[in-house]
Design a protein around this ligand. Sequence first.
Ligand code: ATP
Length: 315
Amino acid sequence: MSTTALTEQAQAPGKVNLFFAAGPPRPDGYHDVASLYCAVSTVETVTATLTAGTGIAVGVAAVPGSLVAQQIGLGTFRLDAVPTDGSNLAVRAARAVLERFPELPGGLHLQIDKAVPVAGGMGGGSADAAAALTAVNRLAARACRAPGLDDGALLELAAGLGADVPFALTGGAAVGTGTGARLRPAAVGAPLHLVLVAAPAGLSTPAAYAELDRLRTDEDVPPPRLPEGLEEALAAGARRELAPLLRNDLQPAALSLAPRLEPVLAAGVAAGALASFVSGSGPTVAHLVADASAAEDLAGRLRGRGAPALAVRAP
Ligand code: ATP
């Protein structure tokens, strides 16, 4: 067994939910959802290195030019907001893999290069967990000269870490049901072009769900399901047919908690976006536009007005 400077790197994407319906709260506190996940070209990178020490150390940096780097430049975000202890999802993911390789000696260093806004509704922590699962699995397999965990085993570990982690591991586009962890791939006819706009402060996912339940107190909430034609429009690459079908049940909750998002959504409509929506539990906003040059154009204009904005492809 060799442990000299063994390093493995892996990436996992952030996501938007092109559609997100949540049912009523279940007795266990979770919500059943119907989610159309779509990965974006903003990715998290985790580099795992075996160390001579013990335990898991974490370093965090911002990817240059990313939304996170823009937020730091504007003074609205600091990297020390990312936990580096056992509550970091990448650390939890690494531990889950290491339990399967008890013979592995020494410690681990995890370098997390963040591009996805923290607490932004884009599954950044989940992407770190997915990238850590992949990187640490490869590293442990090399160090132990043993076969690594297979895709099925990694997906099982992912589901145990959080509802969005399995999707971050698979990427592409997928329909998520149950808590979101039960996945079925969705066909994509042509990549979508989005402009992502990050907010000056994050939103907590549990707070967004609590607000959703509060707003719907007197409503009879139906079981969540995808609308007719949604998957077909995505599979056909028919952006204009897709746009009116996009919906996010968490958007009214995010707007209730962060009314400053209203003008951010309105700016997309005013600029001729096909659709503008809050990503997941927010507060990141996504504007769907016709093509890559429209995305670059809108992102540049929004940056000119002082907003952290980035043109991305999805998936
Ligand atoms: P969701 O997957 O629910 O949409 P999100 O994208 O809104 O989540 P994350 O960036 O994943 O939010 O982080 C939410 C919280 O999780 C953070 O405020 C932070 O305290 C904690 N956290 C744990 N691990 C990480 C990580 N690797 N990166 C960022 N935040 C993390």
